[in-house]
Ligand binder design. Structure first.
Ligand SMILES: Cc1ncc(C[n+]2csc(CCOP(=O)(O)OP(=O)(O)O)c2C)c(N)n1
Ligand SMILES: [Mg+2]
Length: 691
């Protein structure tokens, strides 16, 4: 029998005591004894080892090790209501160590989330179950974010905690909750964690509480193989409260969590645990991390834990105690409902609109119309990054849920409008975030803000650094989150900063991510339209690739509709048939138009198609796509980037005017000439193909 954890009778609000002795992990004598902490924690352990065994796949070690911490959190601290997983003011719980997914699935079942049945637990990791290999947002009610790529959950949680503070600043105490995270060694070793904890410490996110599964083990073995960081000192250096506790001592866990409730800084609780706690030969070893324990080991664990029940069987009294814990949040939820009902009707309607993710349609439409009218009356020859700023000056006041930011390139990304106040540790009512030089942390925090609800986050960085955000952008796409990345300096057209800063493969790489919209507008009007489309894309993220260099305004007519919504459209062309179709994006559309003029002078009819968004074009009806692609003898693609992905539009035998190598440092006009992205080169390519 293991000597811990304690088996003190379960109580709803157990007083915390850091000094309480660790008691025996067995039932108190007598059949009537109420289930204790140890019983509740063992229910998690048993479900985790049995589900992983049945699936012949999964990670039992982490849930078994963190069962005590999770039990204290879910029975005494976390405010949630299994009957309403979307209750806006619930505490958020993020299992950043997503490989331990059985921990959260067990908790959801035990606390009474209706969708999480025992049958689902038995079908862990099977097709069609809600108990996927790793926690997936939208797939499993009660899962707040998709985790698995280590570090992401922790960084999402920082965004959730920022969102909570901002929404509270705007709407008052109708928003007042905590964000809890369970993070593993791997979460804290990943670089993104540094960006996340530094931002959280800087913003003094006092309602963010991280429980670190300090088990000293990862897949390769002891953490000491590869790491010597003192995590407590590291977090303290970043402005956190940090402490170490025995992660199997429920009193110590409760005491640390109690202390964290009052902190004005974010809190790290390093919980010393034994991975695979209870397993007779595998506990404390990497062998319990990611494989089924095996029949004999499970039998031995049952004996050691004092858990005599068959697989997947939770005794009624233990389940009842867990379900009672799941009811703890009901009074708070009911009280919250009353406070919501007491809000001024307009405030309540606005809060609910924002939490639903519905746009203020009329205000948005009016802002778009106003900008379009201005551009039609006085066309602008500006960079699309400046066009974006011009659009934002109208959009930001119209759409109050937009929260902008930049990873230390505010003046270059043009993402801060004149009226925008910065969010600071002492005032979260602002709408602009100085993320610092933390692209990855920024993108992950944005995902957390969008997941929290009530906010549409948009960022700023250079397109070349989309690589530094990519894992988070991918997760935004996987989760179907509306986050908008403004990525400027989108090609060799940035000029003198040279090949380190000139994206050539990034558009293709971003277009490869499913469910991500990649916009590359050609002028000020397209920029506005792409912004409108990104805002209206409720279920997917967007990237706006914008230029540093000035571009002529090509669309001078006032179009009431959003023409970019079709992804591609003919922007210039002869009245009759064309010999050549030129497809271009962004800054190359105006070059394509000049190329078409050169061809016309040679008696060759050429049309130009602007393709601001490949993905939206691919979604158009066949007839529209066929009409836009057309039937000219020659198709030419023009984009100052690599060809990959273009064949879907221009065909394998189309000509491509773009990049096939890295570029160089020079004034951009020279680069365009040197690398052959010119009107002349387009005309030449067409003439050659026509023979
Ligand atoms: C970004 C990323 N890299 C690698 C992995 C694969 N992986 C899953 S868990 C893990 C490390 C396990 O160690 P730890 O985080 O301490 O978890 P524990 O074994 O203690 O449960 C790794 C490398 C991953 N999930 N995410
Ligand atoms: Mg570990």
């Amino acid at each position: 029998m293991l000597s811990s954890p304690s088996n003190r009778p379960f109580s709803m609000n157990a007083p915390a005591s850091s000094t309480a002795a660790v008691a025996q992990n067995e039932r108190h004598a007598g059949p009537a004894a109420a289930p204790g902490h140890g019983d509740l924690a063992n229910a998690i352990r048993a479900l985790a080892m049995d589900a992983v065994e049945q699936a012949k796949s999964g990670h039992p070690g982490m849930p078994m090790g963190m069962a005590d911490v999770a039990t204290v959190l879910f029975t005494q601290f976390l405010e949630y209501d299994p009957a309403d997983p979307a209750w806006p003011d619930r505490d958020r719980f993020v299992l950043s160590a997503g490989h331990g997914s059985m921990l959260i699935y067990a908790l959801l079942y035990l606390t009474g989330y209706e969708a999480m049945t025992l049958d689902q637990i038995k079908r862990f990791r099977q097709l069609g179950s809600i108990t996927a290999g790793h926690p997936e947002y939208g797939h499993t009610p009660g899962v707040e974010t998709t985790t698995g790529p280590l570090g992401q959950g922790l960084a999402n949680a920082v965004g959730m905690a920022i969102a909570e503070r901002h929404m509270a600043a705007v709407f008052g105490d109708i928003v007042d909750h905590k964000t809890y995270v369970i993070a593993s060694d791997g979460d804290l070793m990943e670089g993104i964690s540094q960006e996340a904890i530094a931002l959280a410490g800087h913003l003094k996110l006092g309602k963010l509480i991280v429980l670190f599964d300090d088990n000293g083990i990862s897949i390769d073995g002891a953490i000491s193989l590869s790491d010597s960081v003192d995590q407590v000192k590291r977090f303290e250096a970043a402005g956190w409260n940090a402490s170490r506790i025995d992660g199997h001592d429920p009193q110590a866990i409760a005491a640390a969590l109690m202390k964290a409730q009052l902190s004005d800084k974010p809190t790290l609780i390093a919980c010393k645990t034994t991975i695979g706690y209870g397993a007779p030969t595998k506990a404390g070893k990497a062998s319990s991390h990611g494989s089924p324990l095996g029949g004999d080991e499970i039998k031995g664990a049952r004996e050691k834990l004092g858990w005599s029940h068959p697989p997947f069987e939770i005794p009624d009294d233990i389940l009842a105690a867990w379900r009672k814990a799941g009811e703890r949040g009901k009074p708070a939820h009911a009280d919250w409902n009353k406070r919501l009902a007491a809000l001024a009707p307009a405030t309540r309607a606005e809060f609910e609109r924002r939490m639903r993710g519905d746009l203020p349609e009329q205000a948005l439409a009016a802002a778009v119309k106003q900008v379009k009218e201005t551009l039609a009356a006085t066309p602008k020859e500006i960079a699309t990054r400046s066009a974006s700023e011009f659009a934002l000056e109208a959009l930001v006041p119209a759409v109050p849920e937009m929260i902008g930011g930049s990873a230390d390139l505010t003046g270059s990304n043009n993402t801060r409008t004149k009226s925008m106040k910065a969010i600071t540790a002492s005032d979260f009512s602002g709408r602009f975030i100085h993320y610092g030089i933390r692209e990855h942390g920024m993108a992950a925090a944005m995902n957390g803000m969008a997941l929290h609800g009530g906010i549409i986050p948009y960022s700023g960085t250079f397109l070349v650094f989309s690589d530094y955000c990519r894992p988070s952008i991918r997760l935004a796409a996987l989760m179907g989150e509306r986050v908008i990345h403004v990525m400027t300096h989108d090609s060799i057209g940035l000029g003198e900063d040279g090949p380190t800063h000139q994206p050539v493969e990034h558009l293709a790489a971003l277009r490869a991510i499913p469910n991500l919209l990649v916009f590359r507008p050609a002028d000020a009007v397209e920029t506005l339209e792409c912004w409108e489309l990104a805002l209206k894309s409720k279920d997917r993220p967007s990237v706006l690739a914008l230029t540093r260099q000035n571009l002529p305004q090509l669309r001078n007519r006032l179009d009431a509709e959003n023409i970019c919504a079709q992804g591609a459209y003919e922007i210039a062309g002869p009245d009759g048939a064309s010999d050549v179709s030129i497809f271009a994006t962004g800054s190359e559309v105006s070059i394509a138009v000049d190329g078409a003029k050169l061809l016309a002078a040679r008696g060759i009819a050429a049309r130009v198609v602007s393709v601001p968004c490949f993905e939206l074009f691919a979604e158009q009806p066949d007839a529209y796509r066929r009409a836009i692609i057309g039937s000219a003898k020659v198709n030419i693609g023009v984009e100052a980037a690599v060809r990959q992905g273009w064949d879907a539009i221009i065909g394998a035998d189309g000509a491509f005017v773009g990049m096939s190598s890295f570029c160089a440092s020079a004034p951009y006009k020279e680069l365009y000439k040197k690398f052959g992205i010119t009107a002349e080169a387009i005309a030449e390519a067409a003439a050659k193909k026509l023979g």
